[in-house]
Design a protein around this ligand. Structure first.
Ligand SMILES: Cc1cc2nc3c(=O)[nH]c(=O)nc-3n(C[C@H](O)[C@H](O)[C@H](O)COP(=O)(O)OP(=O)(O)OC[C@H]3O[C@@H](n4cnc5c(N)ncnc54)[C@H](O)[C@@H]3O)c2cc1C
Ligand code: SF4
Length: 523
């Protein structure tokens, strides 16, 4: 049996980025991925296949806290959920790393500061080819380098919204985006700026996802091996319980065990917690690395809403997700607590609307709604409640218990947007009584999952140390979204990528490996 230096479980934002970072070291690296490559096919860009048939979602069924079936909107493929993400690649704000008082309670501090993660944010942005503009967003943290590529330009309707918002005293800015769009040379641009990006896999590999950017290039190194359709079922330990000695998998219907000096779980926050809980043994009776009891707890997924504002003039935008507003992120004169982040989802069409809300605007045909709507995405922070948690049923299946919290800030954020839009040329006649249709994202929307294997300095209240190594297991790391002790209110993927590079540096040092070629020069 081959013995590996590092085994990485999961190939998404965390695992894929880590593999890329470790690959040039020459160390033997094994990537285990339960899914396959996303098949390249026309359905990649079909609104019906993606939004109505949920063709690419896992068919796995979880349960909610009442035992009701939960069909999670999550995807098991090489590249993980980044194959489907909207590629809005934000840094957390500097203050998000400290303790922040919210209306609903405290958002705890991280064991590392923004300044410690900053160099890795810069490297992750460079690697994932983020297009953006610094210094316009009033909450933007400091950065040691400009973006590698210019911001993606607004289309005319969004530019008008930008100008209207600016006239009303706000500071809208360009969303930092990981798409390989070259607006100066469209003929050669890999990204063609289409309407099926957010939630869809990119048929032409123009999106900076973890497969295209990290896993495929890592596999060019002879020391890196990827096995797909291999689900890790348990981690086995030595009799002392201090080391992982085996990674048990299900492959082609049979059980197999792989071994490596270092084992990294990067299955996504819900599946990493589930894997540790399934790996309970005599030394770890409540789940591997779970002496603190926090594994599976503090699940966060953001308080998210989709809010359609019906515009007076048609909204012909193709790629809508270019504008965001953070003026209310930390509160304002009227509400002193954080409210959150205003941005867009990809432009909804009538097919997508028919999936979620058939009676969305009474008396108005869905295609008219779709042609006029501005499709906002509002994110507020949910707080780490120990009772919001991943557990297992007696067959080892996932149970996700969640009670919403910190809702007041989100309600205020929606009210702010509603108030603003009334001053922004929204058509009162098209929708006589109800201009705005708000839809809170249900529990199955686990896109922003994080927090379930938190890192921290105190082994009594965290499962991982500041390097994302398990306090109780010498060779086990977790580098997906699990490690967040709090989640801020911007999208999580860039923070997961940056942290994977940071942990990668630590692992290289530990292995005595020559440092990887810096990401900035590895293109
Ligand atoms: C529709 C959508 C839009 C999004 N848009 C954005 C956005 O614009 N910006 C942003 O920052 N974030 C966005 N996100 C969230 C982002 O995709 C996630 O935060 C990120 O992918 C999480 O990275 P991860 O490494 O934690 O997990 P994932 O990327 O989910 O990777 C986990 C991997 O582990 C594999 N796996 C799981 N269990 C096992 C097992 N037992 N054995 C082997 N392999 C296993 C999975 O198949 C998967 O490949 C979006 C997500 C979705 C679904
Ligand atoms: S072509 Fe560009 S806009 Fe379209 S899915 Fe790919 S990355 Fe997104």
């Amino acid at each position: 049996m081959t013995h590996y230096d590092v085994i990485i479980i999961g190939t998404g934002a965390g695992g894929g980025t880590l593999a890329y970072h470790l690959a040039p070291s020459g160390k033997r690296i094994l990537l285990l991925e339960r899914g396959d490559y996303v098949r390249r096919e026309k359905d990649n860009w079909s609104s019906r296949a993606v939004n109505v048939d949920a063709k690419y979602h896992t068919k796995e069924v979880w349960q909610d806290k009442d035992g009701k079936p939960l069909h999670p909107h999550t995807n098991y493929y090489v590249g993980g959920n980044t194959k489907f993400y909207g590629a809005a690649l934000f840094r957390l704000r500097k203050q998000d790393f400290g303790e922040i008082r919210h209306h609903g309670g405290l958002s705890p501090a991280w064991p590392i500061t923004y300044d410690e993660l900053e160099p890795y944010y810069t490297r992750a942005e460079y690697l994932y080819q983020v297009h953006g503009e610094r210094g316009v967003d009033p909450t933007d943290p400091w950065a040691s380098a400009p973006y590698r590529f210019p911001a993606v330009q607004h289309e005319p309707r969004i530019q008008r919204l930008h100008d209207d918002l600016s006239r009303n005293g706000l500071r809208p800015f360009h969303v930092p985006l990981g798409i390989m769009l070259d607006e100066s040379d469209p003929r050669k641009s890999r990204c063609i700026r289409c309407e099926t990006c957010d939630g869809f896999p990119c048929l032409v590999h123009g999106k900076s996802d973890a497969q295209v950017i990290a896993v495929d290039p890592a596999l060019e190194y002879p020391n890196v091996t990827l096995l797909t359709n291999v689900k890790v079922t348990r981690l086995l330990t030595s009799t002392s319980g201090r080391e992982v000695t085996g990674v048990a998998v299900r492959r082609n219907g049979a059980e197999e065990v792989f071994a490596g000096d270092i084992v990294v779980s990067s299955c996504g926050a819900i599946n990493s917690a589930a894997l540790l809980l399934r790996s309970a043994n005599d030394r770890h009776p409540d789940g591997l690395a779970n002496g603190s009891g926090v594994v599976g707890r503090h699940y966060m997924g953001h308080v998210n809403s989709v809010l359609l504002a019906i515009s007076k003039s048609p909204n012909a935008t193709v790629f809508q997700k270019t504008l965001a507003v953070n003026d209310f992120y930390f509160g304002d004169d009227e509400f002193m607590y954080p409210m959150g982040h205003i941005s867009f989802i990809g432009k909804l069409d009538a097919v997508a609307l028919s999936a979620g809300a058939p009676a969305i605007v009474p008396g108005m045909a869905l295609d008219i709604v779709a042609k006029h709507s501005l499709d906002f995405w509002l994110t507020s922070e949910d707080l780490p409640d120990p009772n919001n948690r991943v557990t297992l049923d007696r067959d080892g299946n996932i149970v996700l218990s969640y009670t919403p919290n910190n809702a007041e800030g989100h309600t205020r954020l929606i009210a702010k947007l509603e108030h603003l839009l009334q001053h922004l040329d929204m058509h009162p006649h098209l929708v006589p009584r109800n201009l705005f249709v708000g839809n809170r994202i249900p529990l199955a929307g686990v896109a922003h999952q994080n927090g379930t294997v938190r890192f921290g300095r105190d082994p009594r209240s965290s499962a991982l140390d500041a390097n994302c190594k398990a306090h109780e297991v010498e060779n086990l790391y977790v580098v997906d979204g699990s490690f967040f002790p709090s989640s801020g209110a911007v999208n999580p993927a860039l923070t997961i990528m940056a942290n994977a590079i940071r942990v990668g540096d630590h692992i290289l040092e530990r292995l005595g490996a020559r440092m990887a070629v810096p990401v900035e020069t590895a293109q």
